[in-house]
Design a protein around this ligand. Structure first.
Ligand code: AQP
Length: 333
């Protein structure tokens, strides 16, 4: 049976990249009637330093963001990773399945550890094994993610295949990444070669889901671009990453595609296009940020929702972890 799992790190505020590349598509899958599980992956967030109070606030804010954007706790299981201890338990098993060389090849590890890998946390290195546990703990068949997470979902398949092979079982499924839509890779507003990221030191590089109308308009006005007018068709954006990014965002926010957007706006200067994009972004995002702010007034209600979600998640997770331990040869008595 098909089952969808995905997660987002409470490592900062939600960005437009998380919304367009992930949450919006999580909502589509929820509405398609498939069983869906969505998670705040706090165990992943602490692979880089998080202030404890900030982590608590960001976790609740992420839950509020999910709900404000359309994740319905009556339809999807919405929960916080550390409240389902089976994630960490299965991750340990996968730490013994995954190979050092596999982890060393991960581009996210290389990007985040950078030149100072000796000083990165062991958890950051093992991040993909925990992610494999998140997914396989529910035997999830489909994982909607942005382009940047494709390599980790492929590694999840490698871990499942090696586990099944080593233990001579057909237990973990081969999960499919689902990467589709106009905005699978939203780029930084300051640098068209970097993805928009919640942990980028420059707040001007991203649109936060909590930004007000003025902040959104200001960031789009200051977004880096070249000096040419917009082309009439997608080929004209090939060597223009910043221009392509803004048109992509416009297409995604208007549920359109790049070719149709360029049919309408081709020939215009950025001085004309940027205000159009800002108006569209404000119209689409302000109802969500208003609802997030309302939900954040009642943190106890958020905690109750995610607490109940964790109970639901454990009903699926517990038997799968038990079976895994049994396969591995651990005594269960
Ligand atoms: N710029 C992006 N464009 C499209 N999709 C994106 N996603 C993240 N950034 C973009 C997708 O959002 C989901 C959650 O990502 P995450 O928070 O778990 O980790 P991340 O990919 O590392 O996201 P960030 O915002 O860059 O966080 P930090 O800065 O903490 O590392 C994933 O499906 C991701 O693909």
């Amino acid at each position: 049976t098909p089952r969808v799992f995905s997660g987002i790190q409470p490592s900062g505020g939600l960005t437009l990249g998380n919304y367009l590349g992930a949450i919006r598509r999580f909502v589509d899958m929820q509405e398609s009637g498939i069983q869906t599980l969505y998670c705040m992956v706090d165990l992943h967030a602490i692979t880089v330093w998080q202030d404890p109070d900030a982590l608590r606030r960001q976790t609740r804010e992420l839950a509020a963001g999910y709900i404000a954007a359309g994740i319905d706790p009556a339809k999807s299981i919405l929960f916080n990773q550390s409240q389902v201890p089976e994630h960490a338990q299965l991750a340990w098993i996968f730490n013994t399945v995954a190979r050092m060389g596999w982890m060393q090849r991960m581009t996210q590890w290389k990007d985040k550890a950078g030149k100072n890998a000796q000083n990165a946390s062991l958890g950051l290195f093992a991040y993909p094994a925990l992610m494999a546990a998140d997914i396989l703990l529910y035997h999830a068949t489909h994982v909607p993610v942005g382009e940047d997470q494709k390599q980790h979902v492929e590694l999840t398949r490698d871990i499942a295949a090696k586990f099944n092979h080593d233990y001579g079982v057909d237990f973990f499924p081969m999960t499919e990444p689902v990467i589709e839509g106009a905005a699978t890779r939203v780029m930084s507003l300051r640098d068209g070669s970097k993805k928009m990221s919640k942990s980028d030191p420059s707040d001007m590089s991203r649109i936060n889901m909590t930004d007000d109308a003025d902040a959104i308009a200001n960031k789009i006005r200051k977004a880096r671009t070249d000096a040419d007018a917009l082309p009439g068709e997608p080929d004209g954006l090939a060597e223009r990453p910043e221009a392509r990014n803004l048109v992509n965002i416009y297409a995604a926010l208007s549920d359109s595609d790049v070719a149709s957007v360029l049919r309408d706006v081709g020939g215009r200067q950025f001085s004309e296009f940027k205000p159009m994009l800002a108006d569209l972004a404000v119209a689409k995002l302000s109802p969500i940020s208003t609802e997030m702010a309302r939900l954040m007034q009642a943190p106890d209600e958020i905690d109750a929702i995610i607490g109940a979600g964790a109970q639901e998640a454990r009903k699926i997770a517990t038997p799968i972890l038990e079976k895994t331990y049994d396969i591995v040869g651990m005594i269960r008595s």
